[in-house]
Design a protein around this ligand. Structure first.
Ligand SMILES: [Zn+2]
Length: 219
């Protein structure tokens, strides 16, 4: 079946377009680096990290996963997130698995947009990250959603983004993390930090303390 699909639609690396593979070794290597510490304009109040700048394979893969239906890219992106989390532990930035069970909270997505794209790519990458961390117990907690009235943030200033999101990220009832968990908010892109800040604030208001933010690319 795969070969048949390859004939009709040649496989293409989601990061650089190389034909014949979904994700090439060069792109894999480019995402397997130490996360960079970010200084967002809107400080989420916890350390924020990215696997790199929002450019090159990070940007291409995020766009392909989000807008071109490349669900397969959730795996390499999830593996890259898992690698970033391991590295943050080695650096002592987040608690090791002996001390705290890791919980990944995907940043909220606009439901209708996610449905149109065939699911939420951030949540999918987070689930792949948890698989990549096995046998370590880790969980994805899909706790956040946008309330009604949130506009697309493209083109908005940092202040307008903050205003757009203020009070509009809600915690989904019924999903709860254990007290001893190490909670990391994950997202595909961090631009001004508005989504991360509002997510951290909203979780804190529900008694969930976020330890760090990790995104694929920093714009
Ligand atoms: Zn590539």
């Amino acid at each position: 079946m795969r070969a048949l699909f390859d004939l009709i639609l040649p496989r293409e690396c989601g990061g650089c377009g190389t034909v014949g593979t979904d994700w090439c070794d060069r792109c894999r290597a480019e995402l397997a680096v130490d996360p960079i510490r970010l200084a967002p304009r809107l400080e989420p109040g916890v350390p924020a990290w990215a696997l790199g700048p929002y450019s090159g394979p990070r940007r291409s893969a995020v766009i392909a996963a989000k807008e071109r239906g490349r669900r397969d890219l959730a795996r390499p992106l999830g593996q890259a997130l898992a690698g970033g989390l391991r590295r943050l532990r080695e650096l002592g930035e987040i608690d090791p698995p002996e001390l705290a069970v890791l919980a990944l909270v995907p940043a909220p997505t606009r439901t209708r947009a996610a449905r149109a794209r065939g699911g939420d790519p951030v949540a999918r990458a987070a689930r792949e990250a948890v698989s990549a961390l096995a046998p370590e117990p880790a969980a994805v907690l899909p706790m956040l959603k946008f309330a009604r009235g949130v506009r697309d943030s493209v083109g908005l200033s940092a202040r307008a983004r903050a205003r757009n999101l203020s009070g509009r990220i809600a915690v989904v009832p019924g999903v709860r993390t254990g007290r001893s968990g190490c909670v990391v908010l994950v997202d595909d892109v961090l631009t001004t930090g508005a989504t991360a800040s509002e997510s951290v604030r909203s979780l804190a208001a529900s008694g969930v303390v976020v330890d760090a933010v990790l995104v694929i690319g920093a714009a």
